[in-house]
Each structure stands twice: as structure tokens, then as C-alpha cells.
Design a protein around this ligand. Sequence first.
Ligand SMILES: Nc1ncnc2c1ncn2[C@@H]1O[C@H](COP(=O)(O)OP(=O)(O)O)[C@@H](O)[C@H]1O
Ligand SMILES: [Mg+2]
Length: 254
Amino acid sequence: MAHGEVLRVEKLNAFFGAFQAVKDVDISVKHNEVVALIGPSGCGKSTFIRCLNRLHEEVSGARCTGDVWLDGKNIYGPGVDPVLVRRNVGMVFQKPNPFPGLSVFDNVAVGLKLAGVSKKSVLEEAVTTALKKSALWEEVKDKLKQPGTGLSGGQQQRLCLARALAVKPPVILMDEPTSALDPISTAKIEELVVELKDEVTVVIVTHNMQQASRISNKTAFFLLGELIEFGKTSNIFTKPQNTKTEQYITGRFG
Ligand SMILES: Nc1ncnc2c1ncn2[C@@H]1O[C@H](COP(=O)(O)OP(=O)(O)O)[C@@H](O)[C@H]1O
Ligand SMILES: [Mg+2]
């Protein structure tokens, strides 16, 4: 891995049966970067990030080829347990999905408990820290025993972020995490992504180009499963090298 690199994707191809949704994608992501993935609906953004924590293969008939190096280890290497990969590469989905039946506290503690942490003081410390980092602590500190699903939509999404942060993953994947949220909740999530980049690398899918330009350092433009252009966000939005990128960001297709 190159200096400062946290994630390297090499020749990634992803399939649903015979249909190829991601084609030969190479990408390298450094520590402390926020990377935005943009492109028209159906271009393979979700499929791509689901290959980064081995979720793609959970779909019946789906598979992928290529290598994904996370902190120097190939997550597709022999003997690698996909469950452990998923535990360490956090994911926040479009629709907030706290675990039903679990309290606010347990929603955040669940990953640590699965990893074998059982000491109460350690769990309390980790849950408190994660909730503070997700800017949710003040709102839920008196509701830790209440169900996570009882929070508002925006709070639930920050709870899902806290759940992901609690295990201190090097990378968190986010798939359109604000598209179900109101503008204020959206702004909160955007602020958090920017604040958190010192400790976690975020790869975020967004259909909102203003959002990509507000929060990301690098942007990757996908089209029909191919990575068309990847570079500094400021360059992608002001002087794209590829005509297709230019057409997309100026709203001429997609
Ligand atoms: N479960 C699935 N089975 C078959 N094809 C799928 C499945 N999920 C997505 N696809 C197809 O793969 C392509 C990429 O989809 P997706 O990654 O969801 O795109 P995006 O997130 O960019 O909108 C699309 O053509 C879509 O129809
Ligand atoms: Mg998608």
C-alpha cells in the first residue's frame, strides 16, 4: 500500500448472475479523506460500495472479482471471514435502520458485544464516546434504555452512525445517508462527516452534487458500472477531464 493509503481497490468487477454491474474499477483512498461517489441511478454505486465490506456476495447469485486492500489486508484474501470484514467496515444506509427491539444503548454497543467485549464500564465508555461523536449524546443521554426505533429519523441515522463508529473502523461506507432526511438532519450528518474525517475515512454515495462538493475531498464519477473519472472534488466540479463527467455535473444527462 502506498503511504497514507487506507483503501485500495484493484480491478473490481461485480456481477448479478450474468449481468455485470461494476466494471474493472481501480481506486485508492487515503486516510482522512472523504470520497463521494456520484453518477446516475443504476450506474453501480451501491453495488460498488457493497463490495468494499463483502455485502454484495450476500445477494443470491451475486459475486465479484478483484482485490480490496483495507489497511494492507486483502478483504478477499483466502480465509478472510466476511462477517469480521463487515464488523470492521461500517455502513450507514439510505434508510436509518436501528435494530428493532434494541435500546439506544444496545444499538451502539452491539458491535462491541459481538466482538466479545462484555465489561460494563468499557461498553459504557465506548457507547458514550460514539454518541458524542455522532452529536447525539445530549439528545439521548436520558433515553438510553428506550428503543432506538423510537427516535426521530434524523436521530436514528445519527444512532446508526454511532453504531458504526463504536467499533472504531478505519472506513465507514455511507449509501445516500441523507436522502430520507429533512434539511436540518441532513446538515447535521454532513457536518459530522467532515468532523470525523480525522479519525475515519468516509466513502459516501450521494445523488446530491452540492452535497458532494460541500463535504468530499475526492469525487468518483460512475457511469454504467465504469469509473469514468476520479480526482479532487474541486477539479471534478470545475474542470472535469472527461466529457461525460462534464455532461453529468452540468445536468445534461442522468
Ligand atoms: N439484486 C439485484 N439483482 C439484479 N440486478 C441488480 C440488483 N441490484 C442492482 N442491480 C442492477 O445493478 C445495476 C447497478 O445498481 P446499483 O448498484 O443499485 O446502482 P446505483 O446505486 O448507482 O443506483 C443496475 O443496473 C441495477 O438494476
Ligand atoms: Mg444506490
